[in-house]
Design a binder for this molecule. Structure first.
Ligand SMILES: Cc1ncc(COP(=O)(O)O)c(C=O)c1O
Length: 404
């Protein structure tokens, strides 16, 4: 079980108060979580002691090498990847996805089809649009008005021309948990790349890339209590079969082949500390077991709070929650709603006066918000729950919403 009061003690930024002495209530985890002190200390320690570039013979360079190796090992453990060589590091998910799309644009041919979804963040749609330049057709799976993907449409769109399916594991805008397992079954027996965007999933649930059978997966550490840095998992052997844009002087093998320039070493030290932090919330023998157990605790805590929030908003006549309900666990703890009398921006501005951090708009999941007919209304107000949020905070937020 997560003791959120105790866990909060590790997050100094949650102590911030406004001029009326109201403590910050941070509900923008889907935009980026706060970081525990262990992460801040790991980053400071890097600059205080080990700041250097990689592959030198001197002490700080060797320490930087081991920070990078250690990070790949930890991300591999977190994603269930067999080898740290499956983990490439990048500035953010969008940049990594563009690099991958550019590499695949040299492999795919005219008439090939790549499937994306209307529910996805633009970071898992925009990069694939560049494939149109080489004659690849981009096929879009429909979003239904209840905020879930249309799986019969999905199935119908997969055919012998499909060379890749790119989908999110969950929606950062609506909290929908997508049925990626079912989609993987649709792909059985086909030669087709399967890419999963885990950016909004990785903060809430444990991942096993081996079980999922995906070729690529992307996630961003700043959504799971780390600094701004991201990862691409690729199935062993796949990255070497591609031709990513790169310098002749860089390592030409996976996972380095798609990593351009000097990486953010201090942030890499911070991400290892973030994953260590998550692991301390679980029990088990191995590092992976601790992470898996921690995620069970995290998702239980977050689901219960989010369900409580959902029910409070559902019972209020001026708010309508957009997206799936909480009758099943097919949900992330991200609750988006519209208010009958106020725009999402007005709602967020009003909440901000109480030091409540909530975001409004489309959150870059523009297509989904357009398809739901909400773009002209300013999108939705999003309340994203993280492991440090408490029931008291939810009560305060609901009260503030009702008072607008
Ligand atoms: C579901 C999802 N995918 C992709 C991204 C883009 O991630 P990044 O900011 O690391 O490029 C985000 C960011 O909000 C997201 O929520």
């Amino acid at each position: 079980m997560i003791n959120s009061e105790k866990t909060r003690e590790y997050f100094p930024s949650l102590n911030r108060v406004n001029e009326s002495n109201q403590q910050i209530i941070y509900l923008d985890g889907p935009g980026g979580t706060q970081v525990p002190i262990q992460v801040i200390e790991a980053i400071s320690k890097y600059y205080l002691r080990s700041n250097a570039n990689t592959h030198g013979e001197f002490i700080t360079s060797k320490e930087t090498d081991s920070i990078m190796d250690n990070l790949r090992f930890k991300v591999a453990a977190m994603l269930g990847a067999k080898s740290p060589n499956s983990i490439s590091i990048g500035q953010n998910m969008t940049t990594l996805n563009y690099s991958l799309a550019r590499a695949l644009s040299k492999k795919f041919k005219e008439g090939d089809e790549v499937i994306v979804t209307e529910l996805d963040h633009e970071a898992n749609r925009g990069p694939w649009m560049i494939l149109k330049e080489v004659g690849v057709k981009i096929i879009e799976v429909k979003l239904m008005q209840n905020g879930t993907l249309d799986y019969s449409d999905f199935k119908n769109k997969i055919n012998e021309k499909t060379v890749m399916v790119c989908m999110g594991m969950s929606s950062n805008a609506l909290g929908t948990l997508n049925n990626f397992i079912k989609v993987k079954e649709y792909l059985k027996g086909r030669e087709c790349f399967f890419l999963l965007d885990a950016v909004h999933y990785a903060p809430h649930f444990s991942i096993d890339v081996e079980k999922l059978g995906c070729d690529f997966m992307l996630c961003s550490a700043y959504k799971f209590y780390g600094p701004h840095i991201s990862f691409l998992y690729s199935r062993p052997g796949v990255l070497e079969s591609l031709d990513p844009d790169r310098l002749v002087v860089q390592d030409q093998e996976a996972p380095y082949i798609i990593e351009t320039g000097t990486l953010n070493h201090a942030s890499c030290a911070g991400v290892s500390a973030a994953i260590d932090f998550i692991s301390t919330l679980g029990e088990g023998e191995s590092y992976r077991e601790k992470l898996e157990s921690a995620y069970l605790h995290i998702s239980d805590h977050e689901f219960n709070l989010a369900k409580y929030l959902y029910e409070s908003l559902d019972g209020f006549d001026k708010t309508t929650v957009i997206g799936p309900d909480f009758s099943t666990r097919e949900r992330t703890p991200t609750v988006s709603f519209v208010h009958s009398d106020h725009s999402p921006q007005e709602v967020c501005a009003s909440l901000a006066k109480h030091n409540i951090c909530a975001w409004d708009g489309h959150f870059y999941a523009l297509k989904a918000i357009q398809e739901l007919g909400l773009e002209s209304k300013g999108g939705v107000t999003r309340l994203g729950i993280s492991l440090y949020n408490t029931k008291n905070e939810i009560d305060t937020v609901v009260e503030a919403i009702k008072a607008i």
